[in-house]
Write a protein that binds this ligand. Structure first.
Ligand SMILES: Nc1ncnc2c1ncn2[C@@H]1O[C@H](COP(=O)(O)OP(=O)(O)O)[C@@H](O)[C@H]1O
Ligand SMILES: [Mg+2]
Length: 374
């Protein structure tokens, strides 16, 4: 069972009832996947990629499509990736007993002194190695990737596999791994891949540059912004369930401060709920909303500072210029470098171009943080 993430779920993919807006986007995403088109979702952290991707998987599962999700972020090796994909496939096959069965398989292989055994798990043929640590990781990966395809063939359905934080593949196995993945994936007829990645620039390059392994392998979709009205309705309904509410002025304070950014808005809503409960109030008013905003700004500073310090110094400088509305081309020390850094920030989804020499920072709380920090 998924973790209970609270009234205003924060930090991870949100449960079905908390996916604000996204209805049109999910229609489109599910349609593409249903057509067998691989899809790429590349956007910065905390913008709702995993939430949307998992919502799409849940919806597809209802119509009989087999689905599974693997997050590459926490994995340490190609072997881990292979085992995760195999595990996800067996789980999707309905094998709730998978761990026990795998252990029994290992014991059997050891007892028989053979390298591996083949077992049927929930109608899926699985090979279990006596000593998985000694099997060639790329070989394991090829076998793992064949499992969803085999399942789909058997079930006469499609299999949609979400590979989240996919840019991590390069860390796990470099270009060798990427080429290997692509080579296997492109021969599959019934397995459709949904790739998500927070290092948007890296992801766009991987799928968009002709010398890259995944060139044109997936169709890029943009996560649209969540409209203010959808947030107002959601926050009002959530507070209403708890016998509380928020004034229009309070909602305006929240959305003005967050720019409707998914994580930041959820964080302020959650903080506002904490404050009304703590003060034994019934309504979130504008003052309380401002207090919630200030509290989230303080907490977010640590995260934003860490993200900024991971950027090249030149990028930080240029972001500060944009945040303080000073023209970026005014300091034309090295126009070529400037153009390259701007291009990188756009590719990463951190800024958007608003006209000649004009740019805007996507996350409003980041823009304000930078402006205050100077
Ligand atoms: N559609 C959405 N509706 C409501 N909250 C969202 C939505 N998308 C993202 N969030 C908020 O942002 C947080 C991070 O979402 P997540 O999907 O994990 O982002 P990502 O995968 O892009 O890092 C969630 O825990 C939630 O608070
Ligand atoms: Mg995510």
């Amino acid at each position: 069972m998924a973790a209970d993430l609270g009234t205003f779920p924060l930090g991870g993919p949100v449960p079905a009832g908390d996916v604000v807006d996204r209805a049109d986007f999910l229609d489109r995403l599910c349609w593409e996947l249903g057509q067998g088109h691989a899809v790429l979702l590349a956007a910065p952290r905390r913008t709702g990629k995993s939430s949307a991707a998992l919502a799409a998987l849940r919806r597809l599962a209802v119509t009989g499509t087999r689905t599974a999700a693997v997050d590459l972020f926490a994995l340490a090796s190609v072997r881990d990736l292979a085992l995760q994909i195999a595990d996800a496939a067996v789980t999707a096959a309905g094998g709730g007993v998978r761990v026990d069965a795998a252990r029994a398989g290992e014991r059997l292989a050891r007892a028989l002194a053979i390298d591996h055994v083949r077992v049927a798990l929930a109608g899926l043929e699985v090979e279990i190695f006596r000593d998985p640590a000694r099997a060639d990781p790329f070989e394991l990966l090829d076998r793992a990737l064949r499992m969803p395809e085999a399942l789909a063939e058997r079930g006469g359905t499609r299999f949609v596999l979400l590979l989240d934080e996919f840019q991590e593949a390069r860390r796990l196995g470099g270009d060798d791994l990427l080429r290997r993945l692509r080579a296997t994936m492109q021969t599959q007829r019934l397995t459709t891949y949904l790739f998500c990645g927070s290092q948007a620039g890296v992801m766009r390059a991987l799928f968009g540059q002709s010398r890259q392994a995944f060139y044109r392998f997936a169709h890029p979709l943009e996560l649209p912004p969540i409209p203010d009205g959808a947030w107002r309705d959601y926050i009002a309904a959530k507070l209403g369930d708890l016998g509380r509410g928020a004034t229009d002025a309070a909602m305006a304070v929240v959305l003005e401060a967050t720019g409707a950014h998914p994580y930041d808005t959820m964080a302020v809503a959650s903080r506002a709920l904490y404050l009304v409960e703590r003060f034994g109030r019934q309504q979130v008013d504008a003052d309380l909303a401002r207090e919630a905003v200030a509290a989230v700004e303080r907490e977010l500073a640590v995260v934003l500072e860490a993200e900024l310090s991971a950027m090249p110094p030149r990028a930080r400088e240029i972001l500060t210029h944009i945040a303080t509305a000073s023209p970026v081309y005014a300091e034309s020390r090295a126009p070529a470098t400037l153009a390259r850094v701007l291009h990188g920030l756009i590719a990463d989804g951190v800024i958007t171009r608003r006209g000649r020499g004009r740019y805007a920072i996507g996350e409003r709380m980041l823009a304000r943080y930078l402006a205050a920090r100077g």
